[in-house]
Design a binder for this molecule. Structure first.
Ligand code: MLT
Length: 209
C-alpha cells in the first residue's frame, strides 16, 4: 500500500494547526467534487480527497452495489478495510494527527464514511456525513467503542435513495456505540441542502477539532 494507490488531491491547511478533512465523493463524482464542500465546512483546514476505486459503468464508487440501494456488503467491508489502510498511509505521508482527522462525504461517500466509523473506530476522530444510511444494511455492526467520536448527520426526510429510516438507524447505531451524534434533517431529497451545510459548518467550528 502506498499513498498513490488512490488518485487523490492533497491541499495543505491554509491556517496553521487546522484539522484535516477527508472528503469522500458520491457515485459518479471524483476527487475534485467535494473540495468546495471541504472549504465551506472547515475554512483553513487541510483537505485530503481520494477517488473511489470501483468503476460502475464509468462511475467512480467506493464499493459495489447489487442495484440502487442494495449494497454488496462483503465488498463494502473489504474496500472499507482497504481505504482504512490507505488512510494510515496518508497519515504517515502527510504527517496528519488522527485525532484531528474528520471524514466528510455525500451519498456513497457518506455511507463509506459511516462504514469507516463502525468498522475502523479510531481511524478518524469525527465525521460530517450527508445522505448517509446504515452501511451494513441487514447486518448488526460489532459493539465497537466510539466514545469521543463526534458525528454530524445531515439527511433528507424525502430522500428516496437513502431513506430517512436508514439515516436514523445509522444515528442510533453510532449513538449506541458511544458517539456524540448531531442529527439534522431537511425536508428535501438526496441532496446537500444549504441549511444543513450551514448547520454542519457551525457544528464543525464548535466541535474543536
Ligand atoms: C450508495 O450506493 O451508496 C447509495 O445508494 C447512494 C448512491 O447512489 O451512491
Amino acid at each position: 500500500m502506498a499513498v498513490d494507490d488512490y488518485v487523490h488531491v492533497w491541499e495543505p491547511a491554509t491556517e496553521p494547526g487546522a484539522p484535516t478533512v477527508l472528503l469522500l465523493h458520491g457515485t459518479g463524482a471524483d476527487e475534485h467534487d467535494l473540495l468546495p464542500l471541504g472549504r465551506a465546512l472547515a475554512p483553513g483546514a487541510a483537505l485530503l480527497s481520494p477517488r473511489g476505486r470501483v468503476d460502475e459503468n464509468g462511475m467512480n464508487r467506493w464499493f459495489r452495489r447489487l442495484r440502487e440501494g442494495v449494497f454488496d456488503v462483503d465488498d463494502l467491508i473489504e474496500r472499507t478495510d482497504h481505504l482504512a489502510a490507505w488512510i494510515e498511509e496518508a497519515i504517515e505521508a502527510y504527517a496528519l494527527s488522527p485525532e484531528r482527522l474528520v471524514v466528510s462525504g455525500f451519498s456513497n461517500g457518506a455511507n463509506t464514511g459511516a462504514a469507516l466509523l463502525l468498522l475502523h473506530p479510531g481511524v478518524v476522530s469525527g465525521a460530517a456525513l450527508f445522505a448517509a444510511g446504515a452501511p451494513l444494511q441487514g447486518r448488526e455492526p460489532d459493539p465497537v467503542d466510539l466514545s469521543g467520536t463526534k458525528v454530524f448527520l445531515g439527511s433528507g426526510v424525502a430522500d428516496p435513495i437513502t431513506t430517512i429510516d436508514q439515516a436514523r438507524l445509522l444515528g442510533s447505531q453510532l449513538e449506541e456505540r458511544g458517539a456524540q451524534v448531531t442529527e439534522r434533517e431537511h425536508p428535501g431529497g438526496h441532496q446537500l441542502a444549504p441549511d444543513v451545510l450551514a448547520q454542519a459548518r457551525s457544528w464543525f467550528s464548535e466541535s474543536g477539532f
